[in-house]
Write a protein that binds this ligand. Structure first.
Ligand code: FAD
Length: 433
């Protein structure tokens, strides 16, 4: 019999678990940032830690974060961070307080990778990129003696008499603790295909409705198909459902073939549903009222000059203006003096509060995160352990946690990983006393 055989007996976990110690102290399912960091932090005092990753290599999504540059985290206090996760911010508070953005930056700085914030407060490596972030995580796993097995897809997890048996196509592993770090269902080519939801569900954990988030928004009857690539900085977006304003966001947007993308649109995509009305102000900087006043004054002062010339001077791209004049039923060579009051009002309304109807989002193929996941109610907020399955932890995006763009999702992955690792270490100390 090999040592592995002796650890897992004859493969019948129900009878074996009573007779044999588990083969591993911790099995982490998923080798993304959450899984790898949890492994590193839980290591020490020789626990046997195994990371099972279904892709040929770990951290594929991590490598494309921030367009390959990795926006690791953001400036601001941890209290401010909690406002960037929608309803999940309160739940995340203990994780963010236990392992802060300063702790995350220090972890990488101590290993030779420094980060600086850009003008929007997003931290990127000073030199280097997302692959360097992954290299550090893998080197630390190696140094800590963490075993990583790639191309291992989990078929089932069973929990009997306090021991988990984890079945893959190749093997059967037993362990005292399982950490689900399988990520969400977005950008599936990276390996994150939503497997964790089914695994958690089979272990009895509730999973809230999932959907793509931080994705480009597609509009019904979209009129700007030919204007792809025109962008607007720092513009207001307001979301209406049943004629009630339910969300306001300000940010940069870019027109696509089917709707809008860019940070402002991605942010808003977390909240939109088909049929919602999404109003966009296209006048750069300032609120709707200020923009209205600016346009009214520009047109009044414009006299015999063409409307398109006058308005292009307040940073509205001419091609976009021509399209909007046509949509507003105004001739493209109209002068300010000849604009009727109703025409002027229509034009100003379209420029400051253009009403799109949402068709949906671009979906999982290009979404940056998944909304929904293992229900927060089912997870202990201070440890990330499942309330009904002792020894099972859910970290990173597999849980019902999603944040704004800006480094908030990676910070949540690392902070929840740290919390689970610390809880596992405490359990092990308790067990060894
Ligand atoms: C294009 C893009 C850019 C992004 N940029 C940023 C950014 O700059 N900043 C930021 O904060 N966030 C960014 N995000 C979001 C961020 O990448 C994720 O929130 C983060 O990677 C989640 O980490 P995770 O470890 O929970 O999951 P993942 O990174 O998704 O890792 C999960 C791992 O589990 C593996 N796995 C899945 N199922 C199984 C299974 N059954 N068996 C074994 N292994 C399995 C997967 O292959 C994967 O390696 C971006 C996302 C995308 C798509």
């Amino acid at each position: 019999m090999t040592s592995k055989d002796s650890a897992i007996g004859n493969g019948n976990a129900e009878t074996d678990s009573a007779q044999y110690a588990a083969q591993y102290t911790v099995i982490i399912i998923g080798g993304g940032p959450a899984g790898l960091f949890c492994a590193i932090r839980a290591a020490g005092n020789n626990p046997r830690i195994l990371v099972l990753e279904k892709m040929p290599s770990c951290g594929r999504k991590l490598c494309i974060t921030g367009a390959g540059r990795c926006n690791l985290t953001h400036t601001g206090t941890m209290a401010e961070f909690t406002t960037h996760y929608g309803d999940g911010g309160k739940f995340l508070r203990p994780a963010l307080m236990n392992f802060t953005s300063a702790d995350l930056l220090a972890f990488f700085k101590d290993r030779g990778l420094s980060f600086v914030p850009d003008e929007n407060g997003k931290y990127f490596p000073t030199e280097g990129n997302a692959k360097d972030v992954l290299s550090i995580l893998l080197a630390e796993c190696d140094r800590a003696g963490v075993e990583i097995r790639c191309e291992e897809t989990i078929g089932a997890i069973e929990h009997t008499d306090g021991i988990f048996s984890v079945k893959t196509a190749n093997d059967l592993y037993t362990t005292d603790h399982v950490v689900l770090a399988t990520g969400g269902a977005s950008y599936p080519v990276t390996g994150s295909t939503g497997d964790g939801y089914a695994l958690a569900g089979k272990l009895g954990l509730p999973v809230t409705a999932t959907g793509p988030a931080l994705a480009a928004i597609i509009m019904r009857d979209y009129p700007f198909r030919d204007l792809t690539g025109i962008s607007f900085d720092n513009v207001p977006l307001s979301l209406y459902r049943d004629n009630k304003k339910i969300r306001e966001v300000t940010g940069d947007i870019i027109l696509t073939v089917t709707g809008i993308s860019g940070p402002g649109a991605l942010h808003m995509s977390r909240y939109v549903l088909p049929g919602d009305s999404l109003h966009v102000g296209f006048v750069v900087g300032g609120d709707e009222e200020g923009a209205r006043q600016k346009l009214t004054e520009a047109i009044a002062d414009g006299k015999n000059r063409q409307v398109k010339t006058v308005l292009s001077e307040i940073e509205i791209p001419v091609r976009f203006l021509l399209s909007l004049l046509e949509l507003s039923g105004i001739p493209r060579d109209a002068t300010c003096a000849h604009l009727t009051k109703p025409d002027r009002n229509t034009l100003i309304r379209n420029l400051t509060d253009f009403p799109f109807t949402v068709a949906g989002t671009e979906g999982y193929a290009t979404a940056m995160v998944t909304r929904g996941g293992v229900a927060r109610d089912a997870i202990r907020q201070k440890t990330m352990e499942a309330k009904t399955v002792p020894g099972l932890f859910c970290i990173g995006e597999v849980a019902d946690i999603d944040g704004d763009t800006g480094g908030y999702n990676l910070q949540a992955a690392f902070s929840t990983a740290a919390l689970a690792a610390d809880a596992i270490k405490l359990k092990l100390i308790g067990r060894n006393q």
